[in-house]
Design a protein around this ligand. Structure first.
Ligand SMILES: [Zn+2]
Length: 604
């Protein structure tokens, strides 16, 4: 992805003039030549050896940098900590002076020499889609954590030679191949967006969509019906491509890095934790993986190319904060759900159940009262990808929960306002063709809203209040647009409520969680306390559960707790719990427009 602003021809002339007068000596005008060689001769040491040959030098010093994060994973990873044993010399082998300028910058005093060689090691310790990993079975390169760039020279082309460990015969990457084990990237944005997997890899049967090959190559892919799986994956990819209509690359690769969790989207590839097994042969097991892969794939549109303006060009030194991950992540989650339906792999009824569960999860989390989804996006760097889960009360929300629900409401609103002539797909297409294709840049928050409102043909003030505030969405109204009803009436549950969720750990009953504002919460019972007795009897999970079933609201109980050596007897008045089902059903007598919207949304 080229992300320079487009220069006017006048400005280009101006640049040429400036560089002409300085005889090509200016930092910006000189062209560095960067060639990397990555080897892995002792995989059991978990350490890569990296050599960078850097030519075309003309300045007195250069700052070499390693990013602090990987775009797509919005957390600081401090890759620089794993760079070890840096040695720098000129081409005759004479040492070149350098020092550490800050946590991720090495200042190299090249004064006079035209070319230098940097040698360093990269230590690895866990297999994860955002980190480097090397062991005796495979190597995974997370490029932002392995390749240094020169400050302000992200646009320099780069060549990468890989020297696989002996016997390893295969490389999976989205990078352009020049010859065996040698790759080229037009700039560091592309290199940084192209992870590399090396080993004795396996490949699933590839398929093409609109003539573009889609590969799935990985480590330990497992035993399952690979033809059937890839036939279904092809349907998901076709459904994704049908939304935008354009495929912006020559090939695409799913890179399976082995067991674990998580996936990260890239320009023409994604790195995914994947372990295939016979469970993939059953629809239940297959759907989860297909929606996960569909999610990463749809990101090559929404997040990589249709992107918030903050997400490219990236700030590799500090991370790039944005309010818009509810679109980049949340709306992608909406699509990964819908793609399964549009590919005719998931039933309409299951889709309704999935959205019911998503709404329920969000609405019953205390965070829904405290944090707007735009704020969850901005704060993800400190809160974590799924919100601040370690706190006493989780006052954060996850854009993975609220985002897809907002995607659905926005889609219904646009369909309603335009009599189903337009949908959220039109918003995605306009963003893609206007900002990515025509202007080669991201969209601002205002521009996103404007495109939505232009598509809907009117104000979406109410919808956007659900994004920027914690106001409860009018689910009934929005689902009605699509001929659906949703049960938002709280119902009192049978039995009594204490609010404690506990499990036996090392022979004692330990509190795992306490419902917010429940009787136990109000009395100060918290996570990790040990329950010693209940109403004078030794505590057990059965006894705790019995109270819920056999007691009544307003009954008094006594709970004895141990908390860091302190014993307390806590009297408690049981309460009654109410729950909202958020069950989604079809309206029994929809009008014509509602019928049309539902049919077209579910592609029935
Ligand atoms: Zn995602």
């Amino acid at each position: 992805m080229k992300m320079q602003p487009k220069f006017s021809s006048f400005f280009l002339l101006f640049i040429l003039f400036i560089s002409g007068t300085t005889n090509g000596q200016s930092n910006k005008a000189s062209r560095l030549e960067m060639v990397y060689t990555v080897s892995m001769e002792q995989p059991e040491s978990n350490t890569f050896q990296v050599v960078l040959n850097c030519g075309g030098l003309s300045e007195n010093y250069y700052d070499f940098k390693i990013p602090v994060w990987m775009p797509g994973y919005y957390q600081i990873l401090n890759y620089a900590n794993d760079i070890k044993n840096l040695k720098i010399s000129d081409l005759k082998g004479n040492p070149v002076k350098w020092d550490k300028a800050n946590h991720n910058t090495w200042r190299v005093y090249s004064g006079g020499v035209k070319a230098i060689e940097l040698n360093y090691e990269v230590k690895t310790n866990r297999s994860f889609v955002a980190t480097n990993y090397l062991n005796s079975e495979r190597a995974f390169i997370a490029p932002t954590g392995l390749f240094m760039h020169v400050a302000d020279q992200i646009n320099v082309p780069v060549t990468v030679h890989i020297k696989p460990y002996r016997g390893w015969n295969r490389i999976a990457t989205g990078l352009e191949k020049i010859k065996e084990f040698t790759y080229h990237a037009n700039d560091f944005d592309i290199l940084y967006d192209s992870p590399i997997l090396i080993g004795k890899l396996e490949e699933l049967p590839f398929f093409t969509v609109k003539g573009v090959p889609h590969y799935f190559i990985g480590y330990q892919l497992g035993d399952f019906n690979k033809e059937a799986f890839m036939a279904d994956l092809k349907k998901v990819i076709e459904a994704a491509v049908a939304v935008i209509g354009d495929i912006p690359f020559k090939d695409y690769t799913f890179i399976g890095i082995g067991p674990g969790g998580g996936g990260i989207e890239h320009l023409n590839s994604s790195a995914v934790a994947f372990t295939g097994s016979k469970s993939l042969d059953k629809p239940g097991g297959r759907m989860g993986i297909l929606s996960f892969l569909g999610h990463e794939y749809f990101h090559h549109y929404n997040a990589k190319r249709i992107r918030p303006i903050e997400l490219g060009p990236f700030d590799y030194d500090n991370g790039s904060r944005t309010n818009m991950l509810w679109v980049a992540e949340g709306v992608t989650t909406y699509y990964d759900e819908m793609l399964l339906r549009w590919a005719k792999l998931e039933s309409s009824e299951q889709i309704l159940v999935n959205f019911q569960q998503a709404i329920k999860k969000y609405e019953t989390s205390p965070g829904s009262l405290f944090q707007a989804v735009s704020q969850a996006s901005y704060d993800t760097w400190s809160d974590g990808p799924f919100g601040r889960i370690g706190d006493e009360v989780n006052k954060t929300v996850s854009y993975y929960d609220k985002g897809p629900v907002m995607g659905m409401l926005l889609d219904f609103k646009i369909r309603h306002e335009t009599k189903n002539k337009k949908s959220l797909n039109d918003v995605m297409r306009t963003l893609y063709y206007t900002f990515y294709k025509k202007e080669n840049r991201g969209y601002t928050e205002d521009e996103f809203r404007k495109v939505c409102e232009q598509t809907a043909g009117g104000s979406l003030a109410e919808f956007f209040s659900y994004i920027y505030t914690v106001k409860t969405p009018d689910y009934v109204k929005y689902l009605n647009y699509a001929g659906l009803t949703i049960d938002v009436k709280p119902r009192v549950m049978e039995g009594a409520w204490h609010g404690i969720h506990a499990a036996v750990v090392n022979d004692s009953l330990r509190v795992r969680d306490v419902d917010w504002n429940s009787p136990a919460w109000i009395e100060g019972i918290r996570r990790n306390q040990v329950i010693a007795s209940i109403n004078g009897q030794p505590a057990s999970k059965t006894l705790l559960d019995q109270i819920t079933k056999q007691n009544h609201p307003n009954d008094r109980i006594k709970i004895e707790t141990f908390d860091r050596g302190k014993k307390a007897i806590i009297p408690m008045l049981l309460g009654k719990k109410s729950e909202t089902s958020f069950e989604i059903k079809r309206l029994s007598r929809p009008n014509e427009l509602q019928k049309i919207i539902l049919k077209s949304w579910l592609k029935e």
